[in-house]
Each structure stands twice: as C-alpha cells, then as structure tokens.
Design a protein around this ligand. Structure first.
Ligand code: BTN
Length: 257
C-alpha cells in the first residue's frame, strides 16, 4: 500500500503532485486523466494506481505491472508555453530525471535510451508514454504516463527489451514513496530549467546515453533503419549515420544493432 503521508513529507514541489489522486485499480492512469468526466484539470495533477487493467505502452503495446509493487502514474501538464515550444526537451528531460533520481538514491548506474526509456545494464526499468489532447492546432493538455519497475522480481510475457526492476538491480526493497517524491522534486526543477534554457539539457541527456557512437537499429512501425547513433540535433532528434549520410530520426524504437 502506497503511504500518502510518507510521500507528502518528502515532496518539496510547488505544483507537481500537489493535486494527487490515488486509485486502487483503474484501466489506465493516462486514460483516467484524458477522460473529461473525471475533471482532472489542475496543472501538475498526478494520478497513481496500484493496478492498471489496461496499462498502455508506446506503439500500442501493453504495459504489465503487478499490483502494489511498482510505480504507475500519470502527470497532467497544461502550461501552454511549455507544450508549444519545449515538448521534445520535456520528453528527454523526463528520462533524464528518472535516471538521475534512481542513481542518486540507490547508487546504481542507469542509462537513458532514445526517445525516453530508462535502462539498467541494458534492461528496461522505466518507460514513458506521452499523450495529448489538442484544441485547434495547439496542444491543450499533455499526459505524461510513467511506469517504473520497482519491487517486481519476475516478469512474464514477451518483451522487445528485457525488463528489470530496481529491486533486482539493488537486491533491496525500494520505498516507492521516496522514489516518487524524488522524481517529482527533480522534475519540477528540470521543467523550470527547460523554461529558461531548454537546450541546456541536451548535453546531460547525451552523457547518460550509452548508445551514442554505437550501431543501432531504429524501428519505425516495422521499417528498420540501421546506422551509427551520431548525436542529438539541437531539438533533441536523433541523428543516424547511414553510410555517409546523416538522417534525422523523429520517431521510432531504438535498440543496439
Ligand atoms: C513504454 O515504455 O512503452 C511506456 C510505458 C508507459 C506505462 C505507463 S504506466 C502509467 C501510465 N498509464 C498507462 O496506461 N501507461 C503509462
């Protein structure tokens, strides 16, 4: 059971998580925020569920997570300026914050994988699903769905990338409340940094990515491109060297080639 008091004591944010909705079971925390009936409207609101019956991953994949062991939550962002100008940087900032928070709390060395996964020793520890609703041509709401494998120790099913958890990596039981508060405290800081100087996070992200300079496969809805992950461009897109040509990658799933 997630201890809301313990979480609250450790939360130091002014906006993120101040409206906190805790649910025992729901189809998907992202869907819960997207559903207008639920009237989740305040910027920085968080919905956390102990169990999702239809947890969703990127590219229509299913996100499985055992009840009560992990962190499955969604964050609502409504700040128009952040959404219109800095979505890419926010996306990179999210994996960076999760990876840094894990490393600082548990003395492990996690990495980020483009576009927004967190890995420990090449295995997936956390994934992020961004969904939005628009009004006209502008994004009105962004829902950031985050799944972190925390205390789960066995994983069933087929995965395109093997999963691991913090408990498996550290051999210790992890306090979910402390981890979530740390992530939100750091996320609020990085969002403020992105507002002032978005490009400043690119170098930090690159330093946390261990596939730069390596051969990778980029899967774009079944079409595979193979090349060297040269660098990120100034907007956070992936630059892939295929033979002698640099190709800009806007989306896709990456894996070491
Ligand atoms: C991925 O790596 O494919 C993204 C996984 C995102 C899972 C989280 S769990 C909380 C939120 N609700 C969902 O239905 N999905 C995201």
């Amino acid at each position: 059971m997630f201890d809301l008091n313990l979480f609250d004591v450790k939360l130091e944010t002014s906006t993120l998580g101040r409206n906190f909705i805790y649910l025992e079971e729901i189809d998907s925390t992202n869907s819960f925020i997207l559903d207008k009936k639920n009237k989740i409207e305040l910027d920085g609101s968080i919905v956390l569920a102990e169990k999702q019956t239809k947890g969703r991953g990127r590219r229509d994949r299913v996100w499985y997570s055992e009840k009560g062991l992990n962190l499955n939550f969604s964050i609502l962002i409504t700040d128009k300026k952040l959404l219109s100008k800095n979505l890419n940087f926010l996306n990179l900032g999210l994996s960076l914050v999760i990876s840094n928070s894990i490393d600082n709390l548990y003395s492990v060395q996690s990495n980020v994988k483009w576009p927004n996964d967190v890995l420990i020793k090449g295995k997936k520890t956390a994934g992020i699903l961004l969904e939005s609703s628009s009004k006209g041509s502008s994004i009105e709401k962004l829902i950031i769905g985050i799944g972190i494998n925390v205390n789960q120790t066995s994983f069933m099913g087929e995965f395109n990338l093997s999963p691991t958890s913090l408990k498996l990596a550290t051999k210790k039981n992890i306090e979910r409340e402390k981890l979530l508060a740390e992530i939100l405290n750091n996320l609020e800081d990085i969002i403020n940094r992105i507002r002032v100087n978005p490009k400043s996070i690119l170098e930090d992200w690159i330093n946390k990515c261990d596939s730069i300079g390596k051969r990778i496969d980029v899967n774009q809805d079944g079409k595979i491109l193979t090349g060297i992950f040269e660098e990120l461009d100034e907007n956070g897109f992936l630059l892939l060297r295929v033979k002698d040509k640099l190709t800009k990658i806007y989306f896709g799933n990456t894996s070491l080639g």
